[in-house]
Design a protein around this ligand. Structure first.
Ligand SMILES: CC(C)(COP(=O)(O)OP(=O)(O)OC[C@H]1O[C@@H](n2cnc3c(N)ncnc32)[C@H](O)[C@@H]1OP(=O)(O)O)[C@@H](O)C(=O)NCCC(=O)NCCS
Length: 330
């Protein structure tokens, strides 16, 4: 069974309320109908009911059993505005500004998740990553003990001898441009958690990647990865984790054995931590475009799950992301 099929099976076992702020966007409406019909989640579409129903009719989909909430006429808007003002007043957000913000479906959706009226949020068919990420970072914030919000990419590779039956978890590929050693350590721990809880990987084996393996090269960039490895060990002593390590030493058993003999991870890593966002973003695209892997993006480290889509996403991508978010919420 592929990783996304396993995730969908988990989502079906415990359907959660997933709010979709881009409620009248045609692919989103169709994806909500499919996610509901497949029992993956209980989607909530935000927007004007008449407009959303018109889109559904045009796409030929049935949204009869899907909740629609219009932030413009919502009885809860006042409560959300007051709560947002309380949360952000130290940052200068007045009660009036908070009321204007919650009229925006993105902020309204984030407040639903914050206050427990939804279990997770998916957006990005129209909005940019930053449009969703900024309010999520400001309002939902990191989960206790976690220093940064970051991302993992689930790379389902055609070569099933790699990682965990072909699955490699990459982090961070979207959020933190230039992590400190401490942030890198938190990203490593969060990615291991994503591998375990979302993908069902029983034993995450985490490699912190570099252009050096165990001191083969000397540079301040290598020192940062080595320090991050030590910090990650301190954060999660039970985790199988090692670094600094080159990619081939991390995933190819013979090279791992020769370059990093005795490492609990070398040659069989299933979670790969990139030293910065340039490496991570390029790395996942190489694996996807040249290596032929299927890839699924997920945000990690938030106190409650919110996930981003690419603006070129298909209906299938949105359904998958709804399922991923529902499992994170479970
Ligand atoms: C994530 C991102 C959007 C944050 O935007 P920003 O405008 O720079 O955010 P700010 O620095 O003003 O921070 C806003 C709030 O989020 C918090 N924050 C920012 N990044 C954070 C992170 N990774 N984890 C946790 N909190 C974070 C800040 O502490 C701040 O909180 P506060 O307002 O309560 O003090 C920015 O880091 C970014 O653009 N990342 C790269 C995204 C990207 O382009 N990826 C490629 C797309 S494929």
């Amino acid at each position: 069974m592929s990783v996304i099929e396993r995730i969908k099976e988990k989502a079906r076992a415990n359907p959660r309320r997933i709010v979709l702020p881009e409620g009248d966007e045609p692919r989103t409406v169709e994806a909500a109908a499919r996610a509901r019909a497949e029992g993956l989640a209980l989607p909530i579409l935000l927007g004007n009911a008449a407009a959303i129903e018109a889109v559904a009719r045009h796409r030929g989909v049935d949204i009869g059993d899907i909740d629609i909430v219009d932030p413009a006429g919502s009885a809860k808007a006042g409560d959300y505005a007051q709560a947002l003002h309380e949360l952000r007043k130290a940052k200068g957000v007045t009660r009036e500004q908070a009321a204007e913000l919650v009229a925006d479906p993105m902020y309204y959706g984030i407040m639903m998740v914050k206050l427990g009226d939804a279990d997770g949020l998916v957006s990005g068919a129209v909005h940019t990553t930053g449009d969703m990420l900024r309010p999520a970072l400001q309002i939902i914030k990191t989960r206790p003990g976690m220093k940064v919000v970051s991302s993992s990419f689930l790379m389902d590779c055609p070569n099933k001898s790699l990682g965990e039956d072909g699955l490699l978890v990459y982090a961070d590929c979207v959020v933190v441009p230039c992590p400190t050693a401490e942030e890198l350590a938190h990203i490593a721990v969060a990615a291991a958690d994503t591998a375990r809880t979302l993908c069902g990987v029983r034993q995450p084996r985490v490699a912190l990647l570099s252009f050096s393996t165990k001191g083969s090269a000397k540079h301040e960039l290598v020192d940062k990865v080595r320090l991050a490895t030590e910090m990650a060990h301190a954060l999660a002593p039970e985790l199988l984790l090692d670094g600094e390590m080159q990619l081939d030493a991390a995933i190819i058993p013979e090279i791992g054995a020769s370059k990093a003999a005795g490492s609990p991870v070398a040659g069989r890593a299933n979670v790969l931590i990139f030293p910065d966002l340039q490496a991570g973003n390029i790395g996942y695209k190489l694996t996807q475009r040249i290596g032929g892997a299927e890839c699924f993006a997920v945000l990690q480290g938030l106190a409650k799950p919110c996930n981003d889509l690419s603006r070129g996403c298909s209906v299938e991508d949105i359904v998958n992301t709804i399922a991923i978010t529902a499992v994170q919420a479970g």
